[in-house]
Design a binder for this molecule. Sequence first.
Ligand SMILES: [Zn+2]
Ligand SMILES: [Zn+2]
Length: 284
Amino acid sequence: MQKHIYIVSQSGIKPEYAAAVEDGVKDFMAMFPEYKDDYPITYLGRWRDDNSVITALEHARVPPEERNLYIPTTDGNYLVPYASTDWSMAIAKYSAFSHGRPQQIDASMLLDLMANDPTVAKIPQIDIHLVKDDAFAMSDGRPNNFVYGVGQSDTGFVLSVKRFEQMYGDNPEYLKEVIKTIAIHELGHVFKATVPGRHNVANRDGYGLHCDCPGCVMRTDTRAKPNVLTNDRLDRVAHGEPPLCPECIAMTRFHFAELSGNFERQQQAALDFNLIKRRTRDYS
Ligand SMILES: [Zn+2]
Ligand SMILES: [Zn+2]
């Protein structure tokens, strides 16, 4: 079964950032060539459905209990729920505002919207939302200060370029490599590279479950910041190595096999994972 990977962007995102995300997704899928055709990648930009806007008159005819999900536009029309990137971003901005964070966007809300999107039932998909505003996510029921990116398994991820632009804006080539690195990292979360009970994973410094293997792009703690992950990834690229460590790759391959529903592939992936597990030194 095919599952699309759709990349959408908030209005005002530079095309080269979207291209960097797309490159990251391609690099990720290159580690799993047998599943590449099952996950076609499409960049939709500032996506909108043909019926993404309705007039005030049409809005008045919407059932009252659904009406408040529509977002008024400056020209007196209304954005239809789940019908455009503008609508998702407006909801996530509104949520941030209600948390007292008017300058930010609520990335957890974007993930919720992806998960509840009624079109997902018709067109199976992984969604990637590229955001130019600063973003935060909910952590144990409370908003954290900010996130570079946040992913949800089998749903998608949100990536904010705001802080990367501030930190690496004077080095555009490096900035693109950082965005690419974080896209690969978040896709690792989407496809369950670092699941509970696996070897060499830990929740360090409250960042959630990440890999402990040296050089792996799935690490994250107070020391393994985006630039460290990026430098390590570029070093691995220079040595012809994939961005994820063998254990993360084997775990992700197992999840791809599960999703495929192919029993033989699942058995093979489980065997391969156990072999890798035995071969990999315990770093924790
Ligand atoms: Zn992470
Ligand atoms: Zn790893």
